[in-house]
Design a protein around this ligand. Structure first.
Ligand SMILES: [Cu+2]
Length: 420
């Protein structure tokens, strides 16, 4: 081996050793940075403020504490939540006292009781359902939130809770802090952005708290929103049952396998007792998907939405509005014929768990009043046009009387621009 070869070989070994040392140093520094804070004092501030357990299921052990399932416990009586959109509270500052409760209710006629964790708003709870009331303000309003974690014994609150609203721009560490039972916390913000926002508990583990029911709708109405004849609100929400009258099933939450999916806290409640509307009136429906984990595809059978506003996007002519967990929007429609119009999530596997209701006009025909199907001429498939003996096309009687409720497009465009 020549001297040149020897020195080249030496340099190669030096370079290799340097690479190995650098790689080891990098690996060590990455491990420290990703560590849970126990090894590095520098990480303690960040992890104290936002412990990973807040989002992961590491802290789920506390699910075992406090409430013992009691099949004989008193279950709240059902009160049908009013789906009419409430007005914002009076006063220059919009003040909301948010209460928490861990109460035993049913969320379906077909299922046993469940201990739902939920919110009350300004003294109102959606008793006998798993829902929480909506909060409504106007764009630009000053909003003050006072969270009371269980204002009294009857709230049966055993756990720390918190209140996070997606409508606010605040430091989450301060405003959305978890507080112990019996404590209260106040924060304020300006509702600068219009939208249909989710509010929820953000206490660790957050899936457990939201999956137990702690979520609702906060609507910030856009400036210049045109008046309509009727405004309704629906929150779609999943419920995960465990033992009768017991706390919700964390395993089912993690598996995203809800037993019940409901609008406004109770399976199929507005199908069993439909919501009264009038033929020809303009209806605006505000929808929030509170999840925690599944999407919704909101659709009204027998209708087309002529205007849709969803997560800041305004558009016209839609059959369905798709909303992921936490997303919201509104749809506008006019029902020009008497009828019962089911509204659903068009994810039908979810609909059958209770995400269905109906709008009904005063003279909606009953099943027995609808015309019977007729045999096709010739008795076979493809037997000509679908005309009845009077020569009318199927289902088209009286169509010439219809007022579609359409307004000139340019007027609608102007309204949408204002609402943006
Ligand atoms: Cu909570």
């Amino acid at each position: 081996m020549s001297n040149i070869e020897k020195s080249l070989r030496l340099w190669r070994m030096v370079a290799l050793a340097a690479i190995v040392i650098a790689a080891v140093a990098l690996a060590v520094s990455v491990t420290v940075a990703l560590g849970d804070g126990e090894d590095g004092a520098d990480d303690s501030v960040a992890t104290e403020q936002y412990p990973p357990e807040k989002f992961l299921m590491k802290g789920a052990a506390h699910a075992e504490a406090a409430h013992k399932p009691n099949p004989n416990a008193k279950v709240e009586s059902y009160v049908r939540p009013d789906p009419t959109l409430p007005a914002p509270p009076p006063g220059k500052i919009k003040r909301f006292t948010i209460d928490t409760a861990e109460r035993i209710t049913r969320v379906s006629d077909e299922k046993p009781g469940l201990r739902v964790w939920s919110f009350g708003v300004n003294g109102k709870h959606l008793t006998g359902t798993g829902g929480s009331p909506p909060i409504v303000v106007d764009q630009g309003d000053a909003v003050e939130i006072t969270l009371k974690n269980g204002s009294g014994e009857s709230m049966q609150v055993h756990f720390p809770h918190s209140f996070d609203t997606h409508a606010a721009e605040v430091s989450p560490q301060a405003a959305y802090k978890s507080i112990e039972p019996g404590e209260q916390l106040r924060f304020s913000f300006k509702a600068n952005h219009p939208g249909v926002f989710m509010y929820h508990c953000g206490t660790k583990p957050v899936l457990r708290h939201v999956g137990a029911g702690m979520a609702g709708t906060m609507i910030v109405r856009p400036r210049g929103l045109p008046k309509v004849d009727r405004e309704l609100w629906f929150t779609q929400q999943e419920f995960y049952l465990d033992k009768p009258n017991g706390d919700a099933s964390v395993d089912k939450m993690v598996a995203k396998k809800p037993d019940v999916i409901a609008f406004n806290g109770f399976a199929s409640q507005y199908l069993k007792r439909p919501i009264d509307v009038r033929r020809g009136e303009r209806i605006r429906i505000w929808v929030l998907n509170a999840g925690p984990s599944l999407p919704t595809y909101f659709h009204v059978i027998g209708s087309v939405f002529d205007r849709v506003w969803s997560e800041g996007d305004a558009r016209r002519q839609a059959q369905t509005i798709s909303l992921g967990p936490s997303e919201g929007g509104y749809v506008e429609l006019t029902l020009n014929r008497e009828g019962t119009y089911p509204f659903v999530t068009h994810a039908f596997g979810d609909m059958v768990r209770g995400a269905i209701g109906a709008l009904r006009t005063p003279n909606a025909p009953t099943e027995s009043q609808t015309p019977p199907a007729t045999k096709m001429p010739g008795g076979g498939m493809g037997g000509g046009d679908h005309m009845d003996e009077h020569g009318d096309m199927d289902g088209m009687d009286g169509m010439e009387d219809m007022d579609h409720g359409d307004r000139p497009m340019d007027k609608q465009d102007k309204e949408m621009d204002t609402a943006r």
